[in-house]
Design a protein. Sequence first.
Lengths: 118, 117
Amino acid sequence: AQSVTQLGSHVSVSEGALVLLRCNYSSSVPPYLFWYVQYPNQGLQLLLKYTSAATLVKGINGFEAEFKKSETSFHLTKPSAHMSDAAEYFCAVSRTNAGGTSYGKLTFGQGTILTVHP
Amino acid sequence: GAVVSQHPSRVICKSGTSVKIECRSLDFQATTMFWYRQFPKQSLMLMATSNEGSKATYEQGVEKDKFLINHASLTLSTLTVTSAHPEDSSFYICSASYGRGASDTQYFGPGTRLTVL
């Protein structure tokens, strides 16, 4: 079974500072990994996803994430935080069964609330 | 593109009544729709997966007779909470996907806040 762990339920940064949101995964098969963002009163929006094409994945709004198999990590970063980045961020892994079949189901991490201070 | 809507956005009902939540893909045909439940300060928990024209697949521990899912068309899925009780109060979120592959993106609705009195 696949799982993800997000380290830190709350992260606070100053505007212009580096954003680093941590996600570690557990999977016995090559994983597909996703980062979603949830703004207040809105649905989750895809930031980026890893599908084994390239280990460094660039997403929307200046975010990127690097897949590191040796560390089983998929941390999300942004060089310079903006006030509009304040939201809750979810890391997710696509489930596959023992035979490698997936039905598109996702397992989500606990979420990390990002606060950006002026 | 890939917009998903949910209706209603919030509903308050009395214990014992049934509530229906609609999930629509507005600008695409969704092969698969998913229903999640999110408790306060917790993550999304998948409840069930539905494909148009077939029975929904429920996750372990989810009562299929309590949470009825209908996926009548490629753009509409409904979740009916039957005989709702206060413990069913939660935030229900749907998502829709073009396919059923491991790398397919899910597009999420804004959620429905259910409060059962």
